[in-house]
Write a protein that binds this ligand. Structure first.
Ligand code: ZN
Length: 398
């Protein structure tokens, strides 16, 4: 269990060579014709064929040994509290375990599990600002946790959102988990938040746990949050006809989560594909939750949606990386110069029936992770949580 944050960013040059398959995170071209990544001071500086890259004077060199590299996975929906502890299932080290599942960035949908969570407006704001600061200053295992997502309560006014934004808060926790549950009330506050530069997510479907609420499609559409949070319920999903209405009736993010209704998740994916709007699909775990904490949750979603949902694995990797980064204006999630060097090295798991990484995922197997890099720093080697990867990268110099 890593309890220290470590350095924020690697100084100097990192060269990664012998990449067998480079997943870009970008739907328009999910696979890059390249085998080398050059990183400078924690950011991607160049991507291409080895002969075309300036690989001299590297401080650290990694030989991928032919395995695949993907942008670090982004979990669009988590419920952190403080540090690497969750009271939901009484666990320590859960974020570090997600690192071993390839997750390099997590987005809070509200610090709602804090015992004694304040519901008064000054308390709501104070908690959000504190959580935002705390995770800005502390990265369990190196994972970037975008925390500080207040759950809106009745009585909040526009100046509250301006104050939160000025203090560095960039997200709203799930709309509907607080006292604001009516569409017309949520709509006004979501608009104030958006105007202030704060992105919003709404709880969709039945109550997750006692005390949570029911939000139907009409309410979701009226509130008009940026992300249709867990469109497949958490766990109780809306009727499929309402999920179709949500996909067809707006252009907001379609978030499919691990701790939701799997059939509803598969159908939401199908509706997005039929609409030709796969760029709207993003993935989360919605953990910690009553279902537990899933370090491999994003990989499991990729494998489920690719295999049962009959969609190329590389497309699902985009849903777990570049789509989320673009929708949430993050500086990671894509393999392109200027982006944070958050990278996952993976390969077909040993003894998978698939012929290669992508085929194994298409057949429903989880990939094996051999290394995770965040901001150009190696954060872990062979994952302690995935099945063992066939080929693993190696630090060969530096
Ligand atoms: Zn929820």
């Amino acid at each position: 269990m890593a309890l220290t944050a470590g350095p924020e960013r690697q100084t100097g040059k990192l060269v990664i060579g012998n990449i067998g398959l480079l997943l870009s995170g970008a739907l328009e071209a999910p696979i890059l014709d390249a085998d080398t990544i050059v990183v400078e001071d924690g950011r991607i500086a160049a991507v291409g064929k080895r002969a075309d890259c300036d690989i001299g004077d590297a401080r650290v060199t990694i030989d991928a040994h032919g395995c695949a590299v993907s942008p670090g996975l982004i979990d669009s929906h988590v419920h952190p509290v403080f540090g690497d502890w969750t009271p939901r299932q009484g666990q320590f080290g859960w974020i570090d375990s997600f690192l071993h599942g390839g997750v390099t960035t997590m987005v809070s949908a509200g610090e709602v599990h804090l015992p004694g969570r304040p519901r008064d407006i000054v308390g709501v704001k104070a908690l959000a600002i504190t959580a935002q600061r705390a995770y800005e200053n502390f990265r369990p295992g190196g994972v970037k946790v975008l925390g500080g997502a207040p759950v809106i309560e009745k009585g909040m006014v526009e100046s509250d959102f301006v104050e939160l934004a000025q203090a560095g808060v960039r997200l709203l926790g799930e709309v509907g988990l607080g006292s604001v549950k009516a569409g017309y009330e949520a709509k006004e506050m979501v608009a104030w938040a958006r105007k202030a530069g704060i992105q919003s997510t709404i709880h969709t479907g039945g109550p997750s746990v006692p005390g949570s609420g029911y939000i139907d499609a009409d309410t979701v559409l009226e509130a008009d949050a940026d992300i249709i949070g867990h469109i497949n319920g958490g766990h109780t999903a809306l009727p499929l006809s309402q999920i179709r209405c949500l996909c067809e009736g707006c252009s907001r993010g379609i978030e499919i989560v691990h701790n939701g209704n799997e059939l509803a998740g598969l159908m939401a994916l199908r509706y997005a594909r039929e609409l030709g709007q796969m760029e709207r699909v993003i993935l989360g775990t919605d953990s910690p939750a009553g279902s537990g904490v899933q370090p491999l949750g994003i990989l499991r979603m990729i494998a489920l949606l690719s295999s049962v949902g009959d969609m190329p694995a590389e497309t699902l990797f985009c849903c777990a990386t570049g789509n989320t980064a673009r929708m949430r204006s993050l500086d990671c999630g894509l393999i392109e110069p200027g982006r944070a060097a958050d990278l996952v090295f993976l390969d077909r798991a040993q003894h998978s029936a698939g012929t290669d990484l992508l085929d194994s995922v298409r057949k429903g197997d989880l990939p094996g992770i051999g290394m995770v890099v965040i901001d150009g720093i190696v954060r872990c080697g062979r994952s302690r949580n995935t099945p063992p990867a066939e080929r693993v990268p190696e630090v060969v110099g530096g």
